[in-house]
Design a protein around this ligand. Structure first.
Ligand code: BG6
Length: 484
């Protein structure tokens, strides 16, 4: 249920995340009538500016390509419910000042109930002071309080545990919403339905039918000025350990007892616990170099010249349970590749030989983005007099099937969930713990804690990745389809 009399506070309001994701998502919800009645949005950051300047900045990324007057009018309305407070992140008086601002908005509310949602679009160095001061100075005693935080949640198991326990000093687990925005993506949410509402899918979802699974993330651009952040974290912490592992857990978990957030997350944790830590034999690292008229990673001024930080990684995970034993799960992600694509590719085992030879394997492809689609590669008889089998596709492309449906942006869906108090698509503390257990040993090896740092393989900007990639995947049993 949405609560009337809600103020949403966006910390880090002048930062990149807020401008590019949080505000466009808030506007998307506002425009479609999904925000609570009488909602107010308060931006907070260190930068000094007045409300007008703040409103201009935060609406700059809201898209209205065709100058639609209806959208333009909504943007003007949206500005009217947005105000700004500037202040530090580490001193109590700044937060007392924010509290006064909140009270001045809330005194006009029709009832005394006041609900507050705090969104931390901030660098991790200030998570704890902001969460602590917010609790001390800005916590509403007359309603519901919630806090949204976003990765990075530490850099390894120990630092994550430390961060979580510091945050828990002030905010209870049920008040905390940890965003992994992949959980808000339409096709990721569809996994539960695809798997558990279809007998045909459920029947094939195990080691008896599946040979290997790939979950891939490809981006066609490099670090683009984010090199400072990226170099400290690398692609595994940026994408694999969170986004791709979340997808893996939903893809492989057992059927939850209900759709309640706790039942779903219990199953996710259970399957993650069956995954042993990745070993260095099961990792391929890459770093992009100049190519296709684009600069290499080391050409980014914000990156140290001798950096060995991986911008590409492929890892093999195994799930030691009855359903999945022996099936390799290849998680791979890279920046500056040849295309933008995130997909799951489940390759089936070979068909019984005998009457058919050299026939392509079935593959189920679930494309998360762009252009959501689910398609199954099936062999079919060539129509006509021949009895030859050819690979074909059963294709559910969303654009063709759901022509009138607007697919919400991940951040819109997640902010709405947080406003409603639904935790299903947020990350629970124990999920983070198991996720870090799987990746920490390999990350320590990459960080050079166990000897010299491994050197990533170079790959040109705009290519498919390091040249060793194909053999790395084929070693896990992946067979390139005949038609590829
Ligand atoms: C973020 C990463 O979490 O996800 C970025 O920090 C990455 O490096 C982004 O570009 C990808 O998100 P999306 O929604 O564009 O696939």
């Amino acid at each position: 249920q949405l609560r009337d009399n809600t103020v949403i506070v966006v910390f880090g309001a002048s930062g990149d995340l807020a401008k590019k994701k949080t505000y466009p998502a808030l506007f998307g919800l506002y425009r479609n009538g999904y925000l609570p009645r009488d909602v107010h949005i308060v931006g907070y950051a260190r930068t000094k500016m007045d409300d007008k300047e703040y409103q201009k900045r935060t609406t700059a990324y809201i898209k209205n390509p065709n100058d639609d007057p209806e959208i333009a009018a909504k943007i003007e309305e949206f500005k009217k419910i947005s105000t700004y407070v500037s202040g530090g992140y580490e001193d109590s008086p700044s937060f007392q000042n924010l509290a006064k601002h909140l009270q001045s908005i809330e005194k006009n509310y029709p009832s005394r109930e006041t609900n507050r949602l705090f969104y931390l679009a901030l660098p991790p160095s200030v998570f704890v002071p902001v969460a602590t001061h917010t609790k001390e100075c800005c916590y509403s005693s007359m309603g519901i309080n919630r806090i949204i935080v976003e990765k990075p949640f530490g850099k390894d198991l120990d630092s994550c545990r430390e961060l979580l326990s510091s945050l828990k000093q002030s905010w209870k687990e049920e008040e905390t919403y940890r965003i992994d925005h992949y959980l808000g993506k339409e096709m990721v949410k569809n996994l539960l339905v695809l798997r558990f509402a279809n007998v045909a899918m459920g029947a094939a979802w195990d080691k008896n039918s599946i040979s290997n699974v790939q979950i891939s993330f490809k981006e066609p651009f490099g670090t683009q000025g984010r090199g400072g952040y990226f170099d400290e974290f690398g692609i595994i912490r940026d994408v694999l350990q969170n986004h791709l592992l979340q997808v893996l857990s939903i893809l492989t978990m057992e059927r939850p007892v209900s759709f309640s957030s706790e039942d779903i997350r219990d199953e996710k944790v259970k399957v993650l616990r069956a995954i042993p830590p990745i070993t260095k034999e099961d990792v391929l690292l890459g770093q992009y170099v100049a190519g296709n008229n684009e600069p290499g990673y080391l050409d980014d001024d914000t990156v140290p010249k001798d950096s060995v930080c991986p911008t590409f990684a492929a890892t093999v995970l195994r799930i030691n349970n009855e359903r999945w034993e022996g099936v390799p799960f290849i998680l791979k992600a890279g920046k500056a590749l040849n295309e933008a694509k995130v997909e799951i590719r489940m390759q089936f085992k070979d068909v019984t030989q005998g009457i058919f030879k050299d026939i392509s394997r079935n593959e189920l492809v679930i494309r998360i983005q762009p252009s959501e689609a689910v398609y199954l590669k099936l062999n079919s008889k060539t129509p006509g007099y021949s009895f030859r089998a050819i690979p074909t596709e059963m294709d559910l492309t969303y654009k063709r099937r759901f022509t009138d449906t607007k697919i919400p942006e991940a951040y819109e869906a997640l902010i709405l969930d947080a406003l409603k108090g639904d935790h299903s698509n947020f990350v629970r503390d124990d999920e983070l713990d198991v996720a870090w257990k799987i990746f920490t040993p390999i990350l320590h090896w990459i960080d050079g804690r166990a000897g010299p740092r491994p050197r990533p393989s170079p790959y040109p900007y705009g290519s498919r990745g390091p040249k060793e990639l194909d053999s790395f995947i084929e070693k896990q049993g992946y067979k390139r389809p005949e038609a590829d």
